[in-house]
Design a protein. Sequence first.
Lengths: 177, 503
Amino acid sequence: MDISSRIPSRDKLLPVYAVIVLMVYSWTILWFYYKLPGWLGFLNVGEVFGIFAYSMTTNFLESLAVLAGITLLSMVLPRKWFSDAFVARGAALAILGLGLMMYIAKQFETKEYYPAELIRWAPAILVAILAFVFLLGRVTLARKGFEVFADRAIIFLYISIPISLLSLITVLIRVIV
Amino acid sequence: MLRPSRRDFLKLAGLASGAAALSGLAPGSTFGETKLPNVIILVFDAMSARNLSLYGYKRQTTPNFEKFAQRASLYHNHHSGGNYTSPGTATLLTGTYPWTNRAFNIGGLIERGRVDHNIFTAFGDEYHRLVYSQNLLPNYFFGQFDKDLETILPPSAFSVIAQVTGEKIGGDLEGGYRAYDNFLFQDGAPPASVVFGLADRILLRSREARANYEAYPRGLPRAGDHPIFFQLADVFDGLNATLEELRSPYLAYLHLWAPHSPYKPTWEFDNKFLDNFRPERKPDHRLGEHTLNSKINGRRQNYDEYVANVDAEFGRLVESLEARGVLDQSYLIVTSDHGESFERGVEGHVTKLLYEPLTHIPLMISAPGQQDRRDIYSPTNHVDLLPTLLHLAGKPAPDWTEGRLLPGLGGSEDLERPIFTIEAKANRAYAPLTTATVAMVRGAYKLIYYTGYEKEDTFELYDLQNDYEELNDLYVHQPALAKPLEEELIETLNSANARYPKV
């Protein structure tokens, strides 16, 4: 079997990627705005933009990594489980999976506290999410809903991709020069 | 406690000046033009002079410091430029006060137009200039100074576990530390990177859980919020080995995290001070944190034990340096960036207050081959280190420094000279200081000015010679004494503020 034939088409990858971007970038930008007033007290605009550039570059790599993970899952699992409704299932998995990660990340409020129990249960929760995502693909209304949402999210790519590429160039210049 | 009388104070100050004039410590006398002395600056983070038996503290926390002092100039009235790492270190490295170098915010930077005004640039490239700090805050400065540094040891060096991402961004250290270690992968707060940052946190915790804690009953020492776990002995051994490999002449700035919190000594020092010592109880300050006194005293005990642990490792390092003849070729400067408070409801140093435990820091300087002890009692400040060290290396003091040559090392006693400590983290770096605490020591007196915190600005005045614990505020009762000091402090602050437009 030609494994490359199981890679979803660009039309299917883009909406899923857009949802991932929406989740990953939003989280970082939220914290960025939380820190921004403090930074503006002692950093100049160029230095703040430098942090932003590193952040967007990291988000770019993160979002590609998550997309690669979802794509790999789709290639490994039987078609009926995931690939047949890749956009809806991919988008739902991105929202729920990244949502779980955000919830866990939020627990790291102090350096002393470690959400050990939550992290121990995380693989089981992820399996439950996968099962939910599988079932969701079989419910037409839900599937359509996620597809429409993912399709609408593509608009964010028109912002995120240029910003990420500009940020990547900025980071490279800062590191090399 | 060691509390010299005013007569002793003046007598010793005069003796120190005379000794300096007659001593062979002036630059060029010990070393010819071809052989420059090495300079090793050893900074212990958050080490208060008030908790060292070296300076008369009741608990025997520093027998090895005391031994080392027998061959060093010991400064009894040395003060930091700020009450935490950024201003404290910036003052030392630039020879300017925080209101000039502007590094008074947490994670703040040296004013961009003054980046070349630092000790490394001033020493020049005939010295091999090496820096190391376990604390990330000075690493921001190193990123600013990097063109004048031959070696920047990463903060993770000599650690057991470390996940410092910024240090891997070689070409942009300052940006890397700030973006990754202070934001995307930060610990002590949710990581701003939800995928890589979270993975980084989980990996760190899992490595921490698997680490060998045998030598440390309270867990491995950690560099605060920074993802660096270390054993004290490893750090000292690592620095010792690093110095051994350096080519002379070198200027090495070595900034250790210890004895900064969390205070985690080895078994040998844990509970070493289970004694009946009860420091004088002081009333909570209205601008303090109102921490319970019982908790503060418990933490003081932990701190003292950790200081004793650091002292033992320091003793081991000095023995090794001595055996290898390093001390015959080097100035060894032992100091801190700021103090630590265990009084008035304040535990630690993140505070608006500037009492002596927070600002009075150790300073010992051992000259090459020095075998005698010199005690200097006149007030000195970290701004003085830069011009003094340059002088010792045979270089002129730059005109931009606000410091003077230290008495006993080229400078003379000036008991009436004012020195300052500034706490201003609530202010913008590009604006006048409007919410701040400024302490001015002049001779035996210390004036503390609180501005912007409450409806009215307030002052406190203490006689440090006769009121070592700063319990008797003279401000209201001795207006004739207070007024000129007040005017001088306000005038100096206004002068510093005049450079910045009001916003």
